[in-house]
Design a protein around this ligand. Structure first.
Ligand SMILES: *Cc1c(COP(=O)(O)O)cnc(C)c1O
Length: 444
């Protein structure tokens, strides 16, 4: 089937009557614990467009949360999935092997930062990759503690929700939490109390204080950081901070883990967000954009760390499923062939100045930031830095009504984030940003 027409079409109100009907059925059948951003049911999707069951063509600024960077029906992904599914859908790699698993690992060993010897293990979800990075770091160091940042998001399993900063909705009622998780301040430039120019040095001092005096460096297995914080609000750390954390970790035999599940694989205008600053993590987690929409995740890192766990200690029934691996090889082929790294940088050049122009004294936009195709505006009460989640919600709702899918994020729920597929046609992207601009102006 060919790609949907790359044009915004409002055929009905959003959600339309068919979606509303399906939504009623959903409410009867599904746990209320499952949320939804835009209550439309999808008929097909590809490029920069999602077609719903009522025939609306919605511009996709979400990519299913940074997953479908190559689009939701990339021809290389679709072809490889079909070929693989016809041959076999599963063996369990721990039982009998297949080359797709090894090929994806080789690609990640090649593409991730650093030219040291690397090895990879594949898993199914992002949270699982983070959990396994901790298992590897603990085994390799013989130490228990894990240090994470304020505003961090690492997943929804017991360990990863313990590592995640935000209580509602990720943690409320789900305790007790995993032990030996310690939190240090995130150098959030826009909200750093003594000003953005002091964020890197003061956050680093606070990290050193926690590691050296409170936990003890010899008890710390890993420091885990998202090189640009995702769910926490698209927070770009000040230059030099990540490199300083990497150096401090190395000095104390601590494994530095970069969680690049949201930022990795071309999203930020570099293959990995760490590349912007020459940061070389010991371990790196990937997932979201890795397999063009199929569930696949990975831990890649220093061979000596990756080999610390004895045979049988890592894995999972579905880990590195052959269809998901085939999809990943298709997605990586498209990322490299279409040079989507450069494409993400072009998206930043096109969109970030327009978002910056929305900010200013008296505006509801307090800050515009991000890298590549990972861009955001932070909404505040005009003239203050007080978070305005209700304005973010209203702006997102106005975009949705106009057929533009935007997502809200941030510890305070006041950040609108843009995560378009990297293959989105520029005219669609420009149109969608225009819709966002009008929605922000209306909210002001
Ligand atoms: C989404 C995300 C995760 C969790 O991935 P799942 O596949 O949802 O388990 C972990 N870390 C980061 C940075 C993420 O953005």
């Amino acid at each position: 089937m060919s790609q949907p027409e790359q044009r915004r079409i409002l055929a009905t109100a959003i959600p339309g009557p068919t979606s509303v009907k399906l939504q009623e059925q959903r409410a009867r059948e599904l746990s209320d614990g499952l949320g939804v951003t835009m209550p439309v049911f999808v008929e097909r999707a590809g490029g920069g467009i999602i077609v719903d069951v009522d025939g609306n063509h919605i511009i996709d600024l979400a990519s299913g949360i940074a997953v479908t960077s190559v689009g939701a029906s990339d021809p290389a992904v679709v072809r490889r999935i079909s070929e693989q599914a016809e041959r076999f859908t599963h063996t369990c790699f721990l039982v009998t092997e297949y080359d797709g698993f090894v090929d994806v690992a080789a690609a990640l060993n090649r593409l991730t930062p650093g030219d040291h010897r690397k090895k990879t293990a594949l898993f199914t979800t992002g949270a699982e990759a983070v959990e396994n990075a901790i298992k590897i770091a603990r085994t390799a160091t013989g130490r228990p503690a894990v240090v994470v940042l304020g505003h961090a998001y690492h997943g929804r399993t017991l360990l990863t929700m313990s590592m995640t900063a935000k209580n509602v909705p990720y943690k409320q009622g789900f305790g007790p939490f995993a032990p030996e998780v310690y939190r240090v301040p995130s150098p959030y430039p826009y909200r750093w109390p003594s000003g953005p120019e002091n964020a890197a040095a003061e956050a680093l001092a606070a990290l050193k204080d926690v590691v050296l005096t409170q936990v003890g460096a010899t008890n710390v297995a890993a420091i885990v950081a998202e090189p640009i914080q995702g769910e926490g609000g698209f927070i770009v750390p000040p230059p030099g901070y990540l490199k300083a954390v990497q150096d401090f970790a190395a000095e104390h035999g601590i494994v530095f883990v970069a969680d690049e599940i949201q930022t990795g694989l071309a999203r930020t205008g570099a293959m990995f967000a760490c590349d912007h600053e020459g940061v070389v993590p010991d371990l790196i987690t990937t997932a979201k954009a890795l397999a063009g929409g199929m569930p696949l995740a990975a831990v890649t890192g220093r061979a000596e760390l990756m080999d610390a766990v004895p045979p049988g200690g890592l894995g999972g029934t579905y880990a590195g499923n052959p269809v998901a691996c085939a999809a990943a090889l298709g997605a990586l082929e498209t990322i490299e062939r279409e040079n989507l790294v450069a494409r993400a940088a072009q998206i930043e050049e096109r969109v970030l100045p327009r978002l910056r122009a929305l900010a200013g004294p008296g505006s509801v936009v307090g800050d515009a930031r991000g890298r590549g195709a990972m861009l955001a505006v932070e909404l505040v009460r005009p003239g203050t830095t007080e978070p305005a989640p209700e304005i973010a919600k209203a702006v997102a709702a106005a975009c949705h009504a106009e057929g533009v899918l935007t997502l809200v994020c941030g510890t305070f729920g006041n950040v609108i984030r843009l995560l378009p597929p990297l293959v989105i046609p520029f005219d669609l992207l420009d149109e969608a940003v225009g819709v966002l601009e009008s929605a922000v102006r209306d909210a002001s």
